[in-house]
Design a protein around this ligand. Structure first.
Ligand code: HSE
Length: 437
């Protein structure tokens, strides 16, 4: 005899929602054999018909809140995005005692602590595998596979759109805007793509990972983020000449003084694992005290990859393997409100590109200002063929790598360099990270 189905209400039928419906329709019989209860879509929540999407005989609610109230729904899948209506829906679903599955990293990053508290109070799971790194089961890895570990650090490429853009700019020399349009057409980008290119989406995801990894409330996992906009085609060339690639990196590291949480484009050694992760692929490395470094790689965005993660959560619910625990509860050594460190306290080597007058003594001035901050230069490059003439003055980029330095010292060096009469415009700083090298 077949057990009662897990009845699913899906709200939001965009790229991911449609892919979830497709996966459940196509694989329903197989999935039913893998779990004690079959997965059954019992309602859809969509305000208006979606061109090209046929709901068939499935009941459709044009008021998505009706899905949360529908007695024929056991679990509400929130795939609408945004933080307003989605919050109302998730709060209502939890208040109704229904389990919730969401892919909404912005919602959880902003309101997660309260939503997980509400879920715990009701004793229902709030599952979010699809919210971080698309199809990669990184939440499951932190929650289950690495449950025996103290997590020391994690680093990742966790925004597919940014990785796609940087990969295409580096390999095909394509223009930023052109690649972004393609990422949107492929369904990788957020509704507001500035979330992708300014590091906001990756910061949302990193706050969730940091909460799980270090046992801190999501609200205290404040992530520093910097976007891709200032990276130019010449930076890929210089990075390559130094033996590096430029990747959109997210990093969380436990230090004695607090947590270092940052998202920014970074130079990674060309032979590092992260340097081989291209296009929409994501990768996360997690360092556990017992297991050492571990690596997870896969498609980080797109309908089918994200649907894979949504269905994984649904299967966990069907198998009753998900409890109602908030992310921070997964690390018993919870650090309470361990402070997120300000960027001035970060420690990393830096890549600096300085457009300076091509004249005797200028390089010496630049080196003097950098050494005055106690910063050691690792490598330096200046190519006459890259010089430009402005108002009759010839300028040439001085590009250098420093050894590891505190970011406050780098900030002071940059300010001093920018006030040199021989330096034109602002200095570009990228950080260098060698995880997995
Ligand atoms: N816009 C996101 C990305 C989707 O590009 O990674 C997956 O969260």
């Amino acid at each position: 005899m077949m057990n009662t189905p897990l009845r699913i209400g899906i709200c939001g039928l965009g790229t991911v929602g449609q892919a979830v419906v497709r996966l459940l329709r196509e694989e329903g019989d197989t999935l039913a054999r893998r779990a004690p209860r079959p997965l059954e879509i019992s309602a859809l929540g969509m305000r208006a018909p979606k061109p090209g999407f046929d709901p068939g005989t499935l009941p459709v609610h044009t008021d998505v809140l009706a899905v949360a109230r529908d007695p024929a729904v056991d679990v509400v899948v929130e795939l609408m995005g945004g933080t307003d209506d989605a919050k109302t829906l998730v709060e209502l679903a939890l208040a109704e005692g229904k389990a919730v599955v969401t892919a909404n990293k912005a919602l959880l990053s902003e309101h997660g602590d309260a939503l997980f508290a509400a879920a715990t109070a009701k004793g229902v799971p709030l599952a979010f595998e699809a919210a971080v790194a698309g199809g990669i089961p990184i939440i499951k890895a932190l929650r289950e596979g690495l449950a025996g570990n103290r997590i020391e650090w994690l680093a990742g490429i966790i925004n597919g759109t940014s990785n796609f853009i940087l990969t295409e700019m580096a390999s095909a020399g394509r223009a930023f805007e052109d690649v972004l349009k393609e990422a949107q057409a492929l369904g990788y980008a957020e509704a507001d793509p500035t979330f992708d290119v300014e590091g906001i989406d990756a910061a949302h995801k990193l706050s969730l990972l940091a909460s799980m990894a270090f046992g801190v409330p999501i609200a205290s996992a404040k992530v520093f983020s910097e976007g891709l906009a200032r990276v130019t085609p010449e930076d890929f060339r210089y990075a390559e000449a130094f033996g590096y690639r430029i990747k959109p990196l997210a990093l969380a590291r436990r230090r004695d003084a607090g947590l270092e949480l940052r998202v920014h484009p970074a130079l990674v050694p060309a032979d590092a694992l992260f340097a081989q992760v291209n296009g929409v692929q994501n990768a996360v490395m997690v360092g556990g005290h017992a297991v050492g470094p571990t690596l997870y790689v896969g498609a980080g965005a797109g309908g089918d990859a994200t649907a894979s993660a949504v269905v994984a959560d649904l299967m966990d619910l069907a198998r009753s393997t998900l409890g109602a625990m908030p992310p921070l509860a997964y690390r018993a050594e919870a650090q309470g409100s361990a402070p997120a460190l300000p960027s001035a306290a970060f420690q990393a080597p830096a890549y600096l590109r300085i457009l300076a007058e091509d004249a005797p003594g200028v390089l010496a001035q630049v080196a003097t200002l950098i050494s005055a901050q106690g910063i050691n230069i690792e490598a330096l490059m200046q190519k006459a063929q890259d010089s430009v003439a402005v108002d009759g003055i010839t300028y040439v980029p001085i590009v250098l790598l420093t050894r590891t330095a505190e970011e406050a010292a780098i900030d002071r060096a940059i300010a001093a360099l920018e006030s040199l009469p021989a330096v034109r415009g602002s200095v570009l700083r990228l950080r260098v990270e060698s995880f997995g090298a």
